[in-house]
Write a protein that binds this ligand. Structure first.
Ligand code: CP
Ligand code: NVA
Length: 330
């Protein structure tokens, strides 16, 4: 029987089987080929989708907008500053209204329960564009990028260095366990993923053969590593007062030339972006003035080096989100 995820929401990859995830990755690769060769694919011309953003975004918003337009769909963007959402109308009421007008809803915001409620109340597919807990569309781009590099990624090792309990790290642990990729969370003990999520992923990993390791030792994280991954040290929604503590905790986990040299020579570097790899941002400059750090989670030489794949990932956000839109709405 063929695989179908039509009508489903995309809230966390815990809800998806390895076969379904690979189905989306294969479809994304095909959409990428079509886009690159100029083959029009306006496959869903009568659909309308809405994008709700309670946090800021460059990649996710643009990826949804371009993917939807390439598929021939109409797109509306809403944020709390330009709609009734949150202040004058609850998320549940907003969901019920939007479900009457749109074929699908993207949501980026805080609690995972909000994206789940949107799916419950709207009656249409809802796609998680990042919550405090998970960032599942990012995972498809990261895995597609790894597949483009290595082909079969089963048995490869991905290590996340840094705040190993943030939305990206949590989601990497989930997707790696689903796809049989060995996952290592490398960071301070204070910033490790929750036991409950680790247990769920270990359960999945038993089926796929993936190994899940949590360590505070950089040598353990980097050894035999194929994909070196990092993310910013303070996520959206976390208070700026935490910078002090985070910098102290995470400085030893910075991805730099020395750390890359401990990984496999064929290793690639991945980052979901945005990144503080230099002083070319207001935050980057403020941190330099206060702490004397030229870069945070990754140094500029690694970011600009030949192992870096973060801009391939950024492009792949669009192709993979297109696959999610098409597969859930067709
Ligand atoms: N990686 C990512 O989600 O980027 P944006 O915050 O720009 O959407
Ligand atoms: N962990 C980051 C990811 C940004 C794409 C954040 O939530 O801000």
């Amino acid at each position: 029987m063929g695989i179908s995820i039509s009508g489903r929401s995309f809230l966390t990859l815990l809800d998806y089987t390895p076969l379904e995830i690979n189905y989306l990755l294969d479809m994304a690769a095909e959409f990428k080929r079509m886009k690159r060769t100029g083959i029009e694919h306006k496959l869903l011309p009568c659909k309308q989708i809405v994008l709700l953003f309670e946090k800021t975004s460059t990649r996710t918003r643009c990826a949804f907008e371009v993917a939807a337009r390439d598929l021939g769909m109409g797109v509306t963007f809403l944020d709390p500053g330009s709609s009734q959402m949150g202040k004058k109308e609850s998320l549940a009421d907003t969901a019920k209204v939007l479900g009457r007008m749109y074929d699908g809803i993207e949501y980026r915001g805080y609690k995972q329960s909000v994206v789940e409620d949107l799916a419950k109340y709207s009656g249409v597919p809802v796609w998680n564009g990042l919550t405090d807990d998970f960032h599942p569309t990012q995972m498809l781009a990261d895995m597609l990028t790894a597949k483009e590099e290595f082909g079969d990624i089963r048995g490869r090792k991905l290590t996340f260095f840094g705040d190993a309990r943030n939305n990206v790290a949590n989601s990497l642990m989930v997707v790696c366990s689903k796809l049989g990729v060995n996952f290592c969370a490398c960071g301070p003990k204070e910033l490790m993923p929750k036991d409950e999520l680790v247990a769920k992923c270990r359960e999945v990993a038993k089926e796929t053969g993936a190994e899940i390791v949590l360590t505070d030792d950089i040598k353990v994280g980097a050894k035999d590593c194929d994909i070196v991954y990092t993310d910013i040290w303070l996520s959206m929604g976390e208070p700026a007062e935490l910078w002090d503590e985070r910098i102290k905790l995470l400085r030893p986990y910075q991805v730099n030339k020395e750390l890359m040299a401990m990984a496999k020579p064929t290793a690639i570097f991945e980052h979901c972006l945005p990144s503080f790899h230099d002083r070319e941002t207001t935050v980057g400059e403020e941190i330099y003035q206060k702490y004397g750090l030229e870069a945070m989670e990754v140094t500029d030489d690694v970011f600009l080096g030949n192992q870096a794949r973060q801009f391939d990932e950024a492009e792949n956000r669009m192709h993979t989100i297109k696959a999610v839109l098409y597969a859930t709405l067709k």
